[in-house]
Design a protein around this ligand. Structure first.
Ligand SMILES: Cc1cc2nc3c(=O)[nH]c(=O)nc-3n(C[C@H](O)[C@H](O)[C@H](O)COP(=O)(O)O)c2cc1C
Length: 432
């Protein structure tokens, strides 16, 4: 069986197809990971300039060798000393997966429904700005790869390509638009209208960046892409933004940058202001950057359709809480009410599994796909994603799972805590 990720609709004879009631059933291939794994083995050593190492640490190292120091720091940079970047990762080691045996995992379906559309995997590509720094095709390359695999691509407001160009590259692939909520109401309305017309299916309003974090590594490089006019394609293509430029001149870079810095955000906002977004779009609205259960509750009260638990990959607050540590509290507070998505620190299938077990509806992958973009463009991102999905599929299977609904908190043990006290007494099992 080929491991190519064929996203064609399953045949009517598929016994699992009737459980997918909303949208066409996604590709479901028994043991997808096995075929992918054999392909990778058969391809031999992953050498060559654009080969994508399976180990993400190797992938990051390769990207680093290829990128300018400024571009590398743009990806790697975190707030302050980088403690939150580290903490995000360390949090995953506190949980360990409990594998389960003889669960008939021959056929598996890890699709998830979000806002009326069923997606083949609970995985999205996180919004990341200025991807033109990493590869000439920028977001178009990442969106193309995501579309090929049916994964939603979340396009950043501060992109190197306009949202219309990215939509064209993504074709029928699912795409969401991440909004940096402008101080200028007309720009916000205009961008949301454009996103709707270009086929974006949800809006992700990032709340954690009303002001830019103190990113020491970037500060020491004296490097902020926006000051050079990079990452502003959605602004220079926006009529409401251009109307605010002297003479409407988008070729006046200094004026563009000044205007952008003026309108980028409004730190004076409160929860009540979210009604502005609601009124400006018919699309589902998610808020990104939620870390406290209380904020999760306020977001739901404000009428959002979904939440992304995220700390922006540790780029905003140094010494902050790991997002994995935030997740259970937010899920407990609002998990039954709206989908709770998760990012910050996802590197491998096991990380995604842990987030799913702690209640995430789906996860967003960030830095790793950027490393792949830098090394191999669209093909590189696709390659990385195939590996990531194979790893996730395998991990879910080896934990005895056939569907996401079977993944629970009990599939995890706190590191070192699966002692004899935590098992079930033998007499109780016998009594079942
Ligand atoms: C280089 C870079 C740029 C980012 N740009 C944005 C952005 O424009 N909008 C946004 O909401 N989040 C942005 N993020 C945050 C990501 O969406 C995501 O939350 C983060 O990458 C998750 O952390 P991880 O990559 O360490 O897993 C950016 C992250 C990185 C690394």
């Amino acid at each position: 069986m080929s491991s190519q990720l064929d996203l064609s609709v399953e045949s009517a004879a598929d016994p699992l197809a009737d459980t997918l009631v909303d949208t066409p059933a996604p590709a479901l291939r028994p043991a997808f990971q096995t075929g992918r794994q054999l392909d990778v083995y058969r391809a031999g050593p992953r050498t060559g300039p654009s080969a994508i190492p399976v180990q993400v640490e190797e992938l990051a190292a390769k990207a680093r060798r290829l990128l300018t120091p400024e571009a590398w720091e743009w990806i790697a940079g975190g707030a302050g000393r980088g403690d939150t970047v580290r903490t995000n990762r360390d949090a995953f080691a506190k949980w360990q997966i409990v594998p389960r045996m003889l669960c008939d995992i021959d056929r598996r379906d890890f699709s998830v429904e979000l806002f009326g559309r069923r997606h083949p995997w609970p995985v999205l590509l996180a919004p990341v700005g200025v991807q033109g720094l990493l590869h000439p095709d920028g977001e178009k390359a990442s969106a193309t790869a995501a579309a090929e695999l049916g994964l939603p691509f979340v396009l950043s407001t501060v992109a190197s390509n306009s949202l219309e160009d990215v939509a064209e590259a993504a074709g029928p692939g699912p795409r969401w638009f991440q909004l940096y909520w402008s101080r200028d109401r007309e720009i916000t309305r205009s961008m949301l209208g454009r996103a709707e017309r270009a086929g974006y299916e949800a809006v992700v309003v990032t709340l954690d960046t009303p002001i830019l974090g103190w990113r020491e590594r970037n500060l020491d490089h004296g490097s902020l892409p926006f000051l050079h006019g990079e990452g502003l394609a959605n602004y220079t293509s926006d009529p409401a933004f251009v109307a605010g430029l002297p003479g409407g001149r988008v070729d006046d870079r200094a004026a563009v940058v000044e205007h952008y810095l003026r309108v980028f955000s409004n730190p004076g906002r409160t929860w009540a202001d979210l009604s502005e977004i609601r009124a400006a779009t018919r699309l589902p609205v998610l808020v990104k950057g939620i870390q406290s259960p209380d904020d999760g509750w306020k977001a739901v009260q404000a009428g959002v359709d979904g939440i992304v638990v995220s700390n922006h990959g540790g780029r905003q607050v140094d010494g902050g809480i790991a997002t994995l540590d935030c997740l259970p509290g937010v899920v407990r507070t609002v998990g039954g009410v709206v989908p709770v998505l998760f990012d910050s620190g996802i590197r491998r299938g096991a990380d995604a599994f842990k987030a799913l077990a702690l209640g995430a509806t789906a996860v967003l992958v960030g830095r790793p796909y950027l490393w792949a973009l830098a090394v191999g463009g669209a093909a590189g991102v696709r390659e990385f994603l195939l590996n990531f999905l194979a790893d996730l599929d395998l991990t879910l299977g080896l934990a005895g799972k056939r569907r996401l609904a079977e993944v629970y908190r009990d599939d995890l043990a706190l590191a070192g805590m699966m002692g004899p006290d935590l098992g079930t007494d033998r007499w109780a099992i016998a009594a079942e």
